[in-house]
Structures are given as structure tokens and as C-alpha cells.
Design a protein around this ligand. Sequence first.
Ligand SMILES: *[C@@H]1O[C@H](CO)[C@@H](O)[C@H](O)[C@H]1NC(C)=O
Ligand SMILES: *[C@@H]1O[C@H](CO)[C@@H](O)[C@H](O)[C@H]1NC(C)=O
Ligand SMILES: *[C@@H]1O[C@H](CO)[C@@H](O)[C@H](O)[C@H]1NC(C)=O
Ligand SMILES: *[C@@H]1O[C@H](CO)[C@@H](O)[C@H](O)[C@H]1NC(C)=O
Ligand SMILES: *[C@@H]1O[C@H](CO)[C@@H](O)[C@H](O)[C@H]1NC(C)=O
Ligand SMILES: *[C@@H]1O[C@H](CO)[C@@H](O)[C@H](O)[C@H]1NC(C)=O
Length: 392
Amino acid sequence: MMRPFVRLCSLILATHAYSSSSAHHSPVIPQVEGTPEILGLVADPRYNRDSCGSSDFGDRTFWTCRDTQLFYANGSVQVEPVITSTASYTNNNSDGTPVLHPLPAERDGLGYTTLRQYGTNSIKQAFFPVLADECSPPSGSCSNGSRFALWPDLPPMVADRHKDGTLVAYTWIRKSSINSDLSTNIANPATTLYRVDYHPNMGNKLPKVNVIDEEFYAENEIPFGNYGNVVRNGIAYLYAQVNDTVSLAKVPVTSVQDRSAYRYYVNSRWTKRRPSIGDAGIAIPNASAGGQGTYYYSEPWSSYVWIGGVTAPGADMYITTAPKPEGPWIEPMHFYTGVAGDYFLSAYSIQAHPALVGSPRNNSIFVTYTKNDLDSEGVNVYTTPLVYVQWK
Ligand SMILES: *[C@@H]1O[C@H](CO)[C@@H](O)[C@H](O)[C@H]1NC(C)=O
Ligand SMILES: *[C@@H]1O[C@H](CO)[C@@H](O)[C@H](O)[C@H]1NC(C)=O
Ligand SMILES: *[C@@H]1O[C@H](CO)[C@@H](O)[C@H](O)[C@H]1NC(C)=O
Ligand SMILES: *[C@@H]1O[C@H](CO)[C@@H](O)[C@H](O)[C@H]1NC(C)=O
Ligand SMILES: *[C@@H]1O[C@H](CO)[C@@H](O)[C@H](O)[C@H]1NC(C)=O
Ligand SMILES: *[C@@H]1O[C@H](CO)[C@@H](O)[C@H](O)[C@H]1NC(C)=O
């Protein structure tokens, strides 16, 4: 469990120790300029959807989300079907900034769609398909009451981009089997590698998804790429998290499907030998605050960045930075708390959206989280507040 107060005190000390230099070799200590601004919601008004993340698909932004339900015309949630994952697009202006509908003065930002998602999802199959041995599509529900919760923890990692705008992206999803009380049947499940192929001018049609390997990582192997990933200079850096330990692999972007091309960061060096869960020397200290989040590269800071949450529910947002993917990472610092929902799992799935920042030189970031409220019928309603953060 994280201790935000202790972390905040360390932040003050760290700020004194280093100042906010952006030189390549010294740690970058982020500082928020002014107050983060709630811009409104990211939504496709047809869908009640959990935990969205975004990827830069060039001509527009691509989103994947977890469990999705439809709304009835009267605004109530249609309880069935539950789709384990869906996808969407949002549009950007020619300068790369998102097409936002400005928040009307009288609205609080938590009930108004500022960034509109679109795209045609099937209600029979999930975007990342539920496979033959994963019980019934699109929910993954099994006859004994358990469920394959094939939830994307992250949006697809864009690996290979071509001049004509076509691109290849990958997502690693654990074959989690859960029960209705959210307990898990398999401690470290196998991980499926899905590949997304996109070309511009697809309109409302979503890109094609292929299963590269249902068990790309076997049960009890470290699921690199599932906890986080960041591409820089042709190399994909792939983070895993098992039992609170974050570890790291890398692979050229053109060889993501080839396990023999992977290298692992163990005992402070890159090695060909694949480590196992629990091995000594695999931890990347301070590379996250423990919860779900996003890794990306910041040009203004010449640094790798992680933004996300702690393991407990809530909209407390943390950031950490490092000059290299393997560190050293600064101690994660708290920088913002969003408005939480009234359900006991009030907020979670904090994500950063570098794809929405128009220019890579712009020293700002958009963040979202899932706000979870109960409606008057006791049904969960998920919303995705969009928050803009300007850094000093
Ligand atoms: C909304 O419509 C659905 C489907 O017709 C119905 O089951 C539900 O009770 C309605 N909800 C409200 C609040 O009227
Ligand atoms: C979206 O932004 C990118 C730059 O990030 C630009 O190349 C592209 O043309 C923009 N899309 C549209 C539809 O203007
Ligand atoms: C940075 O991006 C934000 C959000 O799109 C925009 O409002 C702002 O003008 C940009 N700043 C610069 C210096 O380009
Ligand atoms: C239900 O099925 C799942 C998936 O096949 C299995 O892992 C789990 O142990 C089963 N649960 C019970 C109570 O049998
Ligand atoms: C991971 O944590 C669980 C629960 O705390 C524990 O039972 C298990 O032994 C741990 N696994 C490893 C490899 O450390
Ligand atoms: C985490 O970061 C802080 C601040 O940079 C540092 O003092 C601490 O030693 C780091 N922890 C580890 C385990 O490296």
C-alpha cells in the first residue's frame, strides 16, 4: 500500500536537492503549472465503458476500453451484453490537438462530453476476441459463474509506422479468470499477444485484430508489455508487474512477435536470458506507484515518464521520470486528485494520453481515469473525465 503523505514529503526534499533541471543526465522533478483543468468527459454516448486508453494512430487517436455496455434510449444502462473490450477513434485538428467541444460555463466537466469517440463495435464479439477456450463471447462468462476478464490494461503499442499511414500495434492481455467477487482463479495467467493493423481512411470501421499467440507468455512467465510499454528510436521497452515488482524487457519494433529477439534488464545489464518471477535483480525501482498507468517519452524533459495510480482505488495521480527506461526513476510524486465516484471502487485506471498532445515539444499532458458511480437502479456507470495538466 502506498503512503501518499510520505511520498509528498520526499517530493519537497527532492525538489530542494535537484531543482527542476531538464538536462539529460540529471533527474527531472515535474511541477504542475497552475491547476489541472477538467475539460469534460471522453465518451461515445452510446456506450457505458470502463477503463479507456489511447494511442497515436497518426491521422487520429485510437482508444481501447474494457467492459462495455449499451445505453437504452432513456439513458439507463442495458445490463447485457457485457463486452470485455471495445475500441473507438477520436479526431484531432491538423495541428494534432484533439477536437474538443468546449465545456459550457454552467457545466462541471463531469457530465459533459468534450471529446467524442466513434467507431463501430460488434456486440457479439469483443474487440480483442474472446477465444474458443475462454467461455462465451463477448463477455467471457463461463457456465460455472467465473469469467475470463480479457481486459486491456493499456491501449495498443504502436510498433511499426509506415509513410502511407499504415501501422502495426500490439496489445498483451492476460487470460485472467475471475469470480464474481473479483477473486482470481489463476495467480499468474498466460498472456495473449494481439496485433492491430490500421490504415488511414477506414472511416467508422475499426482496425483488424489478429491473435499472434494465445499463450505468447505461458502461465507463470513474466508478462512483459502488459504493464506498460514505450517505443523510442525503434526499440520497444516492455514493462511487466508481478507481485508489486516492475521488470523490463526490450525488443526492436519490427521483432515484437519474435521472442528470441527479446532482451531483459537483470542485475543492471541487458541479457538474453529470460528471468523468472521472483528472480533477484529484476526490479526496476520507483518505475511506478504500483497501480495502472502509462509510460511515454517526454521530449521537453528528455525523459521517460510514468503517470498512474496506486493499487488502492481512487483518483490520486502520481508521476515518475527517468533519463533511461531502466532508470534511475525518481520516487513517484503525487500531482493531482480527480473527483471520485460514489461506488466503493470509486476511481481507477489512471492513464496519460501523450497521443492527445498536439506537438511533442508541448510540455503538457492529458490524463483520464475511470470514475465509477451507481445510478438510481444500482447499476455501475463509468465515466472518463479528461484533465489537462501543464508542466512548468
Ligand atoms: C429504460 O428503458 C428500459 C428498456 O425499455 C427499461 O427496462 C428501463 O426500466 C427504463 N428505465 C427507466 C428509468 O425508465
Ligand atoms: C492529426 O494530427 C496529426 C499530427 O499529429 C496530423 O498529421 C494529422 O493530419 C491530423 N489529422 C487531421 C484529420 O487533421
Ligand atoms: C499545448 O497544448 C495545449 C492543449 O492542446 C494548447 O492549449 C496550448 O496552446 C499548447 N501550447 C503550446 C505552447 O503550443
Ligand atoms: C470455473 O471455471 C474456471 C475456468 O475454466 C476455473 O478456472 C475455475 O476453477 C472454475 N471454478 C469452479 C468453482 O469450479
Ligand atoms: C506473490 O505474492 C503471493 C501473495 O502475496 C505469494 O503467495 C506468492 O508466493 C508470491 N510469489 C512470488 C514468486 O514471490
Ligand atoms: C526511489 O527514488 C528515490 C528518489 O530518487 C530514491 O531516494 C530511492 O533510493 C529510490 N528507491 C530505490 C529502491 O531505488
